[in-house]
Write a protein that binds this ligand. Structure first.
Ligand code: SAH
Ligand code: SF4
Ligand code: F3S
Length: 436
């Protein structure tokens, strides 16, 4: 019966998947599915998956295995796989795990209603097309943001860069930018429904180009929306960091001083083999220009250690680059060979050597992260409060630098944007008091 069914969606991987999961949940709501936080009382389970590393992809199969019992108890339970594993493996998923009823790729999920009808007729449903039509034109309008006053908004999808290690160009397709007017309409709807901060998402968000409107141009238009206090964007590629975007970081007060700018390696030899399209020196120069425009910017990065043929010297070059930049935040990974990518065919680094390098690199990044957090003590920052903290009367929000900040003040509510003086730096967050 319509309205009485429940769907449980679990999201893996990047923020684009979080966004897609929200849109799928909204689409399924229109089909009579109410969202539930537990797989146990769901009539449909949807895993929105990530294919970036082997571990991420394998997790999906172990998770699916765990639903066997549930399906035995409840034969009408429908199980679906969405996202990048769905795109990469397609039918193979059903072959490997026959309890899967539905497989839908990241560019085809607007067709879920049709697929559901196939399921209702007792068939399996598979759709991993990259359709001509724009999926965003076929999704319901946005309801209230669920994650408090912050919202994600996908503006660009896909990747044409073909880094030698990466599956994204295969799972998400070519670079496509959504029309600016659609993005502005979606942003206005999100702001009307309580979002004070919007993070613009794209696999290469700074490659955004809508008939000549760049990401900087889009940010400029979004900044004119009353009630939208903060704008962020992620993930940027060093090659697409235009002068206008660098200038905007310095000039647009609503644009937050935080930039995720992955470099992966500090060795020119490895950067070349990765097909990143720039040298370590070029990256450092770029960082210099960004800091000249916005001296207080907090930089974040991604690193891969143990890329095929990486020598100890290459690895030392990566450490040297990290020392030279000084990151406030970072994500680092051991190289994982991915089927179909050029690097998977090359001579692999000994896994123990790669593990040791990862440990050393993470220790350095953790020191930098801690130093950046501790440097906030005594400073005044702006905090957009999101939700209650663990202690009575406490609220947690994010500073402009994306640090979590705890403040004990019974007058604070989610959505409040306040100046806060930082008094203390803890293991994973800061605490402070309302300034003034
Ligand atoms: N578009 C973004 C990255 C998307 S994937 C960019 O160009 O920076 C997120 C991160 O996962 C990458 O930055 C990289 O550090 C890591 N990653 C991608 N493929 C990987 C692989 N095969 N093994 C290990 N890490 C990988
Ligand atoms: Fe992957 Fe490289 Fe594209 Fe980033 S730029 S998504 S790492 S291929
Ligand atoms: Fe993973 Fe796909 Fe995102 S592979 S990182 S979910 S684009």
């Amino acid at each position: 019966m319509a309205g009485s069914r429940k769907v449980f969606i679990r999201s893996y991987g990047c923020q684009m998947n979080v966004y897609d999961s929200e849109r799928m949940e909204e689409l399924l709501a229109a089909e009579g599915y109410e969202a539930t936080g537990s797989p146990d009382d769901a009539d449909m389970i949807l895993l929105n998956t990530c294919h970036i590393r082997e571990k991420a992809a394998e997790k999906v199969y172990s998770e699916l295995g765990r639903f066997k019992g549930l399906k035995a108890e409840k034969p009408d339970l429908r199980i679906g796989v969405a996202g990048c594993v769905a795109q990469a493996e397609g039918e193979e998923i059903i072959r490997r795990q026959p309890l899967v009823d539905l497989v839908v790729g990241p560019q085809a999920y607007h067709r879920l209603p049709t697929m559901l009808r196939r399921l209702a007729a007792g068939e399996k449903a598979l759709d991993t097309d990259f359709p001509e039509e724009d999926k965003f034109d076929h999704l319901p309008a946005r309801p209230a943001p669920r994650r408090g006053p912050t919202a994600f908004l996908t503006v660009q999808e896909g990747c044409d860069k073909f880094c030698a290690f990466c599956v994204v160009p295969y799972t998400r397709g070519a670079e496509v930018s959504r029309p600016a007017r659609r993005i502005l309409a979606e942003a206005r709807a999100l702001v009307e429904r309580g979002a004070g901060e919007i993070t613009l998402l794209g696999q290469n968000v700074n490659a955004y180009d809508d008939a000549g409107t760049s990401l900087a141009g889009l940010v400029g238009q979004l900044a004119r929306i009353d009630g939208l206090e903060r704008i962020r964007f992620t993930t940027s590629h060093p090659r697409d960091m235009g002068d206008d975007l660098i200038a905007a970081l310095g000039e647009e007060p609503k644009l937050m001083p935080y930039l995720h700018l992955p470099v992966q390696s500090g060795s020119d030899r490895i950067l070349k083999r990765m097909n990143r399209g720039h040298t370590a020196e070029e990256y450092l120069k770029l960082v210099e220009r960004i800091r000249a425009a916005r001296p207080d910017i907090l930089l974040s990065g991604d690193f891969i250690v143990g890329f095929p043929e990486e020598t100890d010297t290459d690895f030392r070059d990566t450490l040297a680059l990290i020392e030279a930049v000084g990151y406030g935040q970072a994500y680092s990974f051991k190289y994982s060979p991915r089927p179909g990518t050029p690097a998977a065919e090359r001579t692999q680094v000994d896994p123990d050597v790669a593990s040791d390098r990862l440990t050393e690199l993470q220790a350095l990044l953790a020191r930098q992260q801690r130093a950046a957090q501790e440097a906030m003590v005594g400073r005044e920052v702006s905090v957009l409060f999101e939700k209650p903290g663990r202690l009575e009367g406490q609220m947690v929000g994010k500073s402009e630098y994306l640090h979590a900040v705890h403040v004990s003040d019974p007058n604070l509510a989610p959505g409040a944007l306040k100046r806060v003086r930082i008094t203390q730096s803890g293991p994973n967050s800061l605490s402070g008091v309302i300034a003034g």
